[in-house]
Structures are given as structure tokens and as C-alpha cells.
Design a protein around this ligand. Structure first.
Ligand code: NAP
Length: 250
């Protein structure tokens, strides 16, 4: 986004090895932020994201760890702060889906989806917030989904986790507003990443028919919103959910 300067800011993007997270990390670095690139399993992809940002003149740092586990989430924030000195922007982006109709959904698949989409955001926010409150500024951006607002058959676990993120966003936004920390959520519709590419082609066509703009979103569409919400210009926006879906649930 031309004109937005995040120089001097430190950002952490969870789940930044691929998909939306990798583009968000790249875009934040292009705007001048120093960026922590978190991943869980895809170390080669995450290393490539870091290398690409650094080669392009940005500053990125690899910080691996399963952020749904308390000790790992704490270590990720600690390593980032030790490396860059502080944390200004936290993008809770790590997420998975394990889709199944409710009556066939395994309890462990419910738990995994809740843990990675919701618990991880709670943990990272709690560990980062100590620093943000101390420095009297900060930005938290939670990656929810339109599915958390409208529901979707076969995604009871994912919808519950993404709706949970909306509640988390609003509660924490009220808690920390007086400390100049904003907390917002993004609710993307269908964004072209592996999550959407795995949808069978006939179902993709049915979805496209429901999108007034007639196209799926791109990770860049989401990244631009992250950059804006991270900027000084968004300092009076908190507790909000911004839908990025080409008008699908308008
Ligand atoms: P993706 O391409 O599948 O990437 C998921 C990312 O999350 C990967 O970098 C993965 O890293 C990371 N991750 C998974 N479990 C993790 C864990 N325990 N700890 C740390 N990182 C972990 O997904 P995406 O489509 O970019 O989605 C990104 C976010 O946007 C998710 O929260 C998703 O729910 C949300 N969203 C996506 C869409 C869409 O249409 N694509 C729509 C609405 C919302 P590893 O590979 O290293 O495990």
C-alpha cells in the first residue's frame, strides 16, 4: 500500500511459511517492518520466505514453533523480542481445517482445529501483550474467516474456532484500548491458497457463483488489509471484524 511506512516496527506472523501468512510477512517487510516468520512443519518453505525478504532488502527472522503449545508460543515471542528488541504487530494467522460433517467429526479433529486456530491466538496474544502494554502501543490482527460469521456445513470445528476468534478480538480490544493497543480481526472469504485449491472443481464453480465480484480473493487482498490495520492511520479502529470476500456475505 503506497504511503504506509512501518519502519522501526517489529511484526510476528504466525504460520508464515506459505499461503496468506507468507504474503502478509512479505508485504509487512516491504512496508518497512522487521518481520518474524513463524512456521511449524514447513521449515524449507519458511526459510525461503525469510531469504526472499532479506534478499529484497527487508529484514526477516525465522522463528519456528507450534504456536498452539504454550511453551512453544512463549518461546516464539521470547526469541523474536530477544532478536529484534520488541514486538509491535502480531498477526495470528496460523490455521488449519479438518472438514467433516458434525455427526462424523472426530473429537481429536475438533480439538486440533480449535487449538491451532483459536488457542494459538490466545497464547501468542497473551505473551505479546505484556510487551505491547509496557510500550503503550501495539497491533494484534487475528485471522478469522467468513465461516466464523456465517457457518458452513462440514466445518463445525473451523467455524467455532473462527467465531471464537471474533469474541477473543472484541474482549481483548476492550481490555487494552486504554494502552493504545488495537485488536482487530479479518474475515477472508475464499482466498486462493492450498485451502481453496483442495476444493473440488465443481464445488469451486458453485462458490464462485456466490461471489458478487466473480473471483476468489488473493493473499495480497488480505495482506493489504493487514498493512493498513498495522499502520498509524488505523489507530482509532479496534474490536472490528473486516470481511474480505468480494461481497460474498454482504
Ligand atoms: P495454508 O496455506 O494452509 O497455511 C497455513 C499456515 O499455518 C502454514 O504456514 C502452516 O505452517 C501454519 N501452521 C499450521 N499449524 C501451525 C502451528 N501449529 N504452528 C505454527 N504454524 C502453523 O493456509 P492459508 O489459506 O494461508 O490460511 C491462513 C489463515 O487464513 C488461516 O488461519 C486460515 O484459517 C485463514 N483463512 C484462509 C482462507 C482461505 O480461503 N485460504 C479464508 C479465510 C481464512 P506449516 O506448514 O509450517 O505447518
Amino acid at each position: 500500500m503506497p504511503g504506509i511506512d512501518l519502519s522501526g516496527k517489529v511484526a510476528l506472523v504466525t504460520g508464515a511459511s506459505r499461503g496468506i501468512g507468507s504474503v502478509v510477512a512479505t508485504r509487512l517487510a516491504q512496508a518497512g517492518a522487521k518481520v518474524g516468520v513463524n512456521f511449524h512443519a514447513s521449515s524449507e518453505l519458511a526459510t525461503a520466505v525469510v531469504d526472499k525478504i532479506n534478499k529484497a532488502g527487508g529484514v526477516a527472522f525465522l522463528v519456528g514453533g507450534d504456536v498452539s503449545q504454550e511453551d512453544k508460543a512463549e518461546a516464539v515471542i521470547k526469541q523474536l523480542v530477544e532478536h529484534f528488541g520488541n514486538i509491535d504487530i502480531l498477526v495470528n494467522n496460523a490455521g488449519i481445517n479438518i472438514d467433516q460433517l458434525l455427526i462424523r467429526m472426530k473429537t481429536e479433529d475438533f480439538d486440533s482445529v480449535m487449538n491451532i486456530n483459536l488457542r494459538a491466538a490466545f497464547l501468542c496474544t497473551r505473551f505479546a501483550m505484556t510487551h505491547m502494554i509496557r510500550q503503550r502501543s501495539g497491533r494484534v490482527i487475528n485471522m478469522s474467516s467468513v465461516v466464523g460469521l456465517s457457518g458452513n456445513p462440514g466445518q463445525a470445528n473451523y467455524a467455532a474456532a473462527k467465531a471464537g476468534l471474533v469474541g477473543l478480538t472484541k474482549a481483548v480490544a476492550r481490555e487494552v484500548a486504554s494502552r493504545n493497543v488495537t485488536v482487530n480481526a479479518l474475515a477472508p472469504g475464499y482466498i486462493v491458497t492450498s485451502m481453496v485449491e483442495e476444493i473440488p472443481e465443481d464445488k469451486q464453480d458453485q462458490i464462485l457463483a456466490r461471489i458478487p465480484m466473480g473471483r476468489f480473493g488473493t493473499p495480497e487482498d488480505v495482506a493489504e488489509a493487514v498493512v493498513f490495520l498495522s499502520s498509524d492511520g488505523a489507530s482509532y479502529i479496534t474490536g472490528q471484524v473486516l470481511t474480505i470476500d468480494g461481497g460474498m456475505i454482504a
